[in-house]
Write a protein that binds this ligand. Structure first.
Ligand SMILES: [Zn+2]
Length: 475
């Protein structure tokens, strides 16, 4: 990894207009220059250099709310007040209204968050027994060895880069996938996987570390909460039982959001994240409640699963308040965006782009970013991979502007997300030109194949089985 570059943190917005970003984003800057007729701005190499993050660099907090649907926030039109604190935080910062995951289960999407790579490029295409059929097979054959995909060793992860740049790094997670076995602990000086524990347990761990800290370095904190994930827990006083079973389930799901919201509210103020801290909150995928005939987050790439929360806040570190960005963005953009905002070198060959030019208080910021507006984003989901005797099956998606293609073994589906956000009307036959364009772009990604085959053998013991049972994976 190259020497990291850091300059003082004054104001993101002003800085972003003045200094472009590295790597692939240099191309973006040149494209912008061509489009606008302006000269590209000075390179960061023209700036005074420091060896890394300094004591006055902002802290960074990255919160992942597993399985959280942004349309269950009032901010996005939800009728129930599920999360007053989150709403306030979202309103206080800048939110991407059309943010998408790269997959619809935890391990692949969080791997994209950590590496800025699509699933077939980082290779973590399945999670820890994420497939129920396989989980049942493993349950019958306990003490068998399961081969888990791992994050590619040659790809630097976000915590690794931040640690090398001088950040104190700490992470706490309650999802069974987000642990050392897949490689999510890489780059963390302190990392604790607390599978199946509550948000309060995770908060207590972070607070204990924080109060035991006289380290002058800025801190990167990663929290991955699993409280909104099934099995749904009915939290009082928010849960409301209904005569309708689906409504009862949704109320339990919403009550989990309300519970987590209270913990986040307390943590945010106790740890003073309102001061010199960039807070980023995302979800790894959504959840489906029979929109397309299924529950949970299984074999689908539909909107209710692919749309995620993506919110940046930190007014005293330059994030504009009340910002709402409509450009399509992806979890792969988080890593280059954060490195860009922190003035750290962005690795080359990432799939994502820095969104920092969009985190600009000027009203025309979106219009001035044609390259970001015209990108095509992708997603992947492996399906029925372990059905004995059957070939591997993959679902793929491509999103560009209002158009979304889902390629299934049974044929393509084409939707207009603006006119049909529920993805009810398949336009594949009526829009052959758009369909062909998206399929061709998708073929470009698929042609890369699955580039990482690093796996780890994990023995399934009784404790793991019990954890899987408690999460509903094993009957
Ligand atoms: Zn998840």
């Amino acid at each position: 990894m190259a020497i990291m570059v850091s300059i003082g943190w004054v104001c993101i917005c002003r800085r972003l207009n003045k200094f472009p970003i590295r790597g692939r984003s240099i191309v973006l800057a040149l494209a912008m220059a061509l489009a606008t007729g302006c000269s590209p701005s000075a390179s960061r190499t023209d700036l005074p250099l420091h060896s890394g993050a300094g004591a006055d660099s902002p802290n960074l907090v990255l919160i992942v709310i597993d399985t959280f649907r942004p349309d269950h926030l009032g901010t996005f039109g939800y009728s129930r007040m599920t999360a007053p604190f989150l709403e306030e935080l979202v309103e206080r910062g800048t939110t991407f209204a059309n943010a998408f995951s790269t997959s619809t289960w935890t391990a692949p999407s969080t791997s994209s968050l950590f590496t800025s790579l699509y699933p077939n490029h980082h290779g973590v295409t399945e999670g820890f027994l994420a497939h129920k059929r396989r989980a049942r097979a493993v349950a019958r054959a306990r003490n068998e060895v399961l081969r888990l995909n791992q994050l590619p060793k040659e790809s630097p992860t976000l915590p690794e880069i931040l640690q090398r740049a001088g950040y104190r790094t700490q992470g706490v997670t309650s999802n069974i996938n987000i642990g050392p076995k897949i490689g999510f602990d890489r780059g963390f000086e302190r990392f604790r996987q607390m599978t199946n524990r509550t948000a309060e347990d995770l908060a207590a761990q972070i607070e204990a570390w924080q109060h035991d800290n006289d380290d002058p370095r800025p801190t990167f904190t990663y929290l991955h909460f699993n409280d909104v994930h099934e099995p749904y827990t009915a939290h009082a006083p928010w849960f409301e039982k209904s005569e309708n079973e689906l409504e009862t389930t949704v109320s339990a799901y919403d009550s989990q959001i309300s519970y987590l919201d209270g913990v986040l509210d307390r943590l945010y103020h106790d740890l003073e994240w309102e001061r010199n801290t960039l807070v980023v909150i995302v979800s790894d995928h959504g959840e489906e409640f029979m929109e397309h005939g299924r529950m949970g987050h299984q074999l689908s790439l539909h909107h209710e699963l692919m749309r995620v929360l993506m919110s940046f806040s930190g007014s005293d570190v330059g994030v504009p308040s009340h910002g709402r960005i409509n450009v399509n963005v992806s979890l792969i953009d988080i890593m280059p965006t954060l490195l860009d905002l922190l003035n750290l070198t962005i690795p080359s060959d990432l799939d994502g782009d820095s969104l920092s030019p969009l985190l600009d208080a000027t009203a025309s910021a979106e219009e001035e970013q044609p390259s970001l507006r015209q990108r095509t984003l992708f997603a992947h989901r492996s399906a029925d991979r372990f059905r004995s005797g059957q070939p591997e099956v993959h679902l793929w998606a491509a999103i560009k502007g209002p158009w979304k293609l889902i390629e299934k073994p049974s044929g393509p589906r084409l939707f207009n997300l603006v006119e049909d956000p529920l993805e009810r009307i398949n336009l594949a036959e009526r829009k052959p030109v758009i369909l062909a364009q998206l399929r061709e772009e998708l073929q470009g990604l698929k042609g890369d194949g699955f580039s990482n085959n690093q796996t780890l053998g994990v023995e399934i013991d009784e404790e793991t089985l019990e954890t899987l049972r408690s999460l509903g994976y094993v009957q």
